[in-house]
Ligand binder design. Structure first.
Ligand code: ZN
Length: 68
């Protein structure tokens, strides 16, 4: 319980960006949408056809770090 007056963001706020980075793909119609879009729904299902099986895919712009 340390009171800090610097106004620094507490850990967790930084994770907000991740939700737009995670991409899900519908197992039936193949539509893709982000985790942020999914959160708008009451349940996890395809925004287009309502199918409930979604695959998590890697975002196209993800960084690849090579280990030398
Ligand atoms: Zn679908």
């Amino acid at each position: 319980m340390e009171a800090q007056g610097s106004g620094e963001p507490v850990g967790g706020l930084m994770r907000l960006e991740d939700k737009t980075q995670i991409v899900y793909k519908c197992g039936r119609c193949g539509a893709e949408f982000t985790a942020a879009e999914l959160e708008l729904m009451p349940t996890i299902k395809c925004l287009y056809c309502g199918y409930r099986i979604l695959y998590k895919t890697r975002p196209p712009g993800s960084k690849l770090i090579k280990a030398v």
